[in-house]
Design a protein around this ligand. Structure first.
Ligand SMILES: C[S@@+](CC[C@H](N)C(=O)[O-])C[C@H]1O[C@@H](n2cnc3c(N)ncnc32)[C@H](O)[C@@H]1O
Length: 202
């Protein structure tokens, strides 16, 4: 399916997440400064990074997705819109944490996570199926974060009121970072929440 979103041409193949309220909440709230190095985990169609690359053209963008169809869609959509994104097909930040050059490399890391407390199988379900507490993937992501995020860097994550938010806070405190909610959008009875994760510099 081909869509025009915010004047971006976005092809969304079968098995790739169709940008929705959670994607828009993330895209609209991320703030980037000049030559920041930005990594989007789970880029799906690539819409969020394309939106940011258009709005903040001086930054460098890296995207990754575990779903090959999504990584391919991100790359192809970047070419279609003449915006440059480096794209990797990998599980969370595994391709980066293993390389010394990416140690404390990124200024901004963003992830619209699989946040629903569900156990569903299939490539598309990877987009929302977060296991018992909605944090199965996010938990592993948080452990990897301090390796590649700059000490004064910022991480934006999207979760839901259905995610176990007390457990999320514990995971963040365990790496000695702090968690702050910066925005939310109502979706019926559910609320989609955007959080900032930053190191405790004090
Ligand atoms: C909610 S979708 C968000 C897609 C896109 N960022 C957006 O906002 O429209 C979550 C994405 O994370 C990807 N994902 C899930 N688990 C992952 C993992 N372990 N490593 C990398 N990507 C993953 C999914 O394939 C999916 O594309």
């Amino acid at each position: 399916m081909r869509k025009l979103i915010d004047e971006l041409i976005v092809d969304i193949p079968k098995d790739v997440y169709d940008p929705a309220e959670d994607s828009f909440l993330l895209a609209e709230n991320v703030e980037i400064i000049n030559h920041n190095k930005v990594l989007e985990v789970g880029s799906g169609s690539g819409y969020v990074s394309l939106y940011l690359a258009k709005k903040y053209p001086k930054a460098d963008y890296f995207c990754l997705d575990i779903n090959f169809a999504a990584a391919k869609a991100t790359k192809e959509n970047s070419k279609e819109n003449n915006l440059h994104l480096e794209v990797v097909n990998c599980d969370l930040m595994s391709s980066f944490v293993e390389k010394k050059i990416f140690e404390a490399y990124f200024d901004i890391i963003l992830f619209n996570t699989p946040y629903l407390p569900l156990n569903e199988n299939g490539k598309l379900a990877l987009a929302w199926s977060g296991g018992k507490y909605g944090l199965e993937t996010t938990q592993k992501f948080i452990v990897q974060l301090p390796r590649i995020l700059k000490r004064n860097g910022r991480c934006y994550i999207v979760v839901s009121s259905k995610t176990d938010l007390a457990e999320l806070e514990k995971l963040v405190l365990n790496i000695n970072y702090k968690l702050t909610q910066i925005d939310e959008v109502k979706e019926g009875r559910e609320s989609i929440k955007l959080f900032l994760i930053e190191a405790n510099l004090s």
